[in-house]
Design a protein around this ligand. Structure first.
Ligand code: FEO
Length: 183
């Protein structure tokens, strides 16, 4: 009896997205190691934490594929991107990567919609919401460094910014959680 509840197309799209999340984890890991080697310990801490978060995303998709009775295909992960050239460039790369990941998630959502696979569509909504937070977090980093001077940031400002990042929470506040009393 066939208990596989995913079409071959959806299973492939989910496996690809699972690998993409693993790749994202490696990217954050490499940026974190770069940041640490440059003396940006706070930034490294933030990025190391985020590498773990991406691995959790990978695990969620892996578990979903298993639960739907399809085959998980663990493959090689592409090498991470080149190291950033500055902290400003690092945050730009983080933002670009998150937007790219959002587009990839939207493709899986569209596919599930076209196939009427409502279970996958519903599962993917968690990722749609998560990507809003991930993009917000990346935008906040860009805003912070822009205010601090971007590429022209002075060393003392760089020091404070890096120190702040160590305590920056893993998740941004979502719009749904905002009230008039708690903007
Ligand atoms: Fe798994 Fe940063 O998206």
């Amino acid at each position: 009896m066939n208990t596989n509840r995913l079409s071959a197309t959806i299973a492939k799209a989910l496996n690809d997205q699972m690998t993409k999340e693993a790749h994202a984890s490696q990217i954050y890991l490499s940026y974190a190691a770069w940041a640490d080697s440059q003396g940006y310990g706070g930034t490294a801490n933030f990025l190391f934490r985020h590498a773990q978060e991406e691995r959790n995303h990978m695990m969620k998709i892996l578990e979903y594929i298993l639960k739907r009775g399809a085959e998980v295909k663990v493959t090689a992960i592409p090498a991470p991107f080149k190291n950033p050239t500055s902290l400003n460039n690092c945050f730009e790369k983080v933002y670009e990567h998150e937007v790219d990941n959002t587009n990839s998630i939207y493709k899986v959502v569209k596919l599930s919609l076209s196939e009427g696979d409502w279970a996958t569509w519903n599962f993917m909504q968690w990722f749609v919401k998560e990507q809003i937070e991930e993009e917000t977090l990346a935008m906040n980093l860009l805003d912070k460094i822009k205010i601090a001077g971007g590429e022209k940031i002075e060393n003392n400002t760089l020091y404070s910014l890096d120190r702040d990042l160590e305590k920056t929470p893993d998740d941004a506040t979502s719009a749904e959680d905002v009230t008039a009393d708690k903007p």
